[in-house]
Write a protein that binds this ligand. Structure first.
Ligand SMILES: Cc1ncc(COP(=O)(O)O)c(C=O)c1O
Length: 363
């Protein structure tokens, strides 16, 4: 069986050594030394400040909205302009916080939320823009920044796919008021479950540190409405081990992505990348015709290969939509397939996948 992605399993010996340390200290969670070390090392590796580790990428989004005080204005409705072409958590996290998602549309080539569709959807109730660096492709951060400051809006980037993505040499995570990451097992950098928020301002980081620990500023003072979103020491141990091997993982993915791009027939469209450096976390392809998607998934399945319709359906067409129309997102969602990509994927398997994809593309 060839899955669409495979969790990266780092050196077992190294992980055991970290776990021995956890047993010796008996310190399992609540700001332990491994969580502190991973915070420092990630800030250094990614070239960012004000990074907060949390228990998953969904809570990273929810805590970011809370820390930025989205929804604290006196108006009864709070709106967020976001992308319909994303994983459901981008939008469910908004709803969960009582924020109404309003869908803009995506650019048909790069698949990120367009600045024009953000402008078109601004109302007096809009408080935040939640764009997604989808599949690690950077949104038009400069234009989004301008729109936000002209309209006094906050920006929270869902950067779940954008680990180590840079734009003009700078981390993509340094844009916006906050950027969130998912460290789920299937992500290129992971902590089994986990996530992080990178804040622009230290004051927001400080508030979020309390929010993820039940809103406590000290054991007897409740300063914020909080939640439990702390990362534990076992998660941090896995993260430290995965981070030690991240460069090899990234290099292997780069080779695989290049192999795909060189050998896939030219009639197949791939994501058009903006100026950002890709991390090759995903290998999405786009067909002209939706029926080719079904044919491909069937043929791959018969050979024991799992590809995935990712992201389908366009979220404006789900319980999170309110009859809105997002033609570009709906078009892409119906025709997209993510092909297998993970560091151990060998050339023989790759050649097999490519031959099936090319056959379907020529039908
Ligand atoms: C775009 C996006 N946002 C949010 C999430 C949620 O992250 P997590 O699974 O860590 O809660 C994911 C996870 O796959 C995602 O792809």
């Amino acid at each position: 069986m060839i899955p669409v992605t495979k969790p990266y399993l780092p050196s077992r010996d190294k992980l055991n050594t970290y776990i021995d340390g956890i047993y010796e200290r008996g310190w399992l969670t609540n700001g332990g030394p491994l969580q502190q070390e991973l915070t420092r090392r990630l800030e250094q590796y990614l070239g960012v400040k004000n990074l907060l580790l949390v228990s998953n990428g969904t809570l990273a989004l929810q805590v970011a909205y809370k820390a930025l005080e989205i929804g604290n204005r006196s108006s009864s409705i709070t709106e967020a302009i976001t992308s319909p072409f994303t994983f459901v958590a981008t939008v469910s996290s908004l709803k969960w916080e009582g924020i109404k998602p309003v869908f803009g549309d995506i650019d048909p080539a790069g698949w990120c939320l367009t600045p024009d569709s953000i402008k078109e959807n601004i109302t007096p109730d809009t408080e935040v823009i939640v764009p997604v660096h989808v599949f690690g492709n950077a949104c038009d951060v400069e234009e989004i920044d301008k729109i936000a400051s002209q309209n006094k809006l906050k920006v929270v980037y869902d950067a779940s796919h954008a680990f180590d993505v840079r734009i003009k040499g700078k981390s993509i995570l340094s844009w916006g008021d906050a950027s969130t990451l998912s460290f789920h097992a299937t992500k290129l950098f992971h902590t089994v479950e986990g996530g992080a928020i990178v804040f622009k301002y230290e004051s927001d980081l400080k508030r979020a540190q309390e929010i993820i620990n039940f809103g406590l500023s000290d054991p007897h003072t409740i300063s914020e409405i909080g939640i439990n979103a702390k990362m534990n020491e076992f998660q941090a141990a896995m993260g430290l081990c995965v981070l030690d091997e991240i460069d090899e993982n990234l290099a292997a993915r780069k080779r695989i992505a290049e192999y795909y791009k060189t050998n896939l027939t030219k009639s197949i469209k791939v994501q058009e990348l903006n100026e950002s450096t890709p991390n090759n976390a995903y290998m999405p392809i786009l067909f002209d015709d939706e029926t080719q998607v079904y044919q491909l998934l069937d043929r791959l399945k018969n050979e024991g290969i799992l590809a995935r319709r990712y992201f389908y359906p366009s979220l404006n067409k789900t319980i999170y939509g309110s009859g809105s129309s997002c033609p570009e997102s709906e078009y892409v969602s119906r025709r997209i397939v993510c092909l297998p990509i993970y560091s151990e994927l060998d050339e023989l398997s790759l050649a097999k996948i490519i031959s099936i994809v090319n056959t379907v593309a020529e039908l």
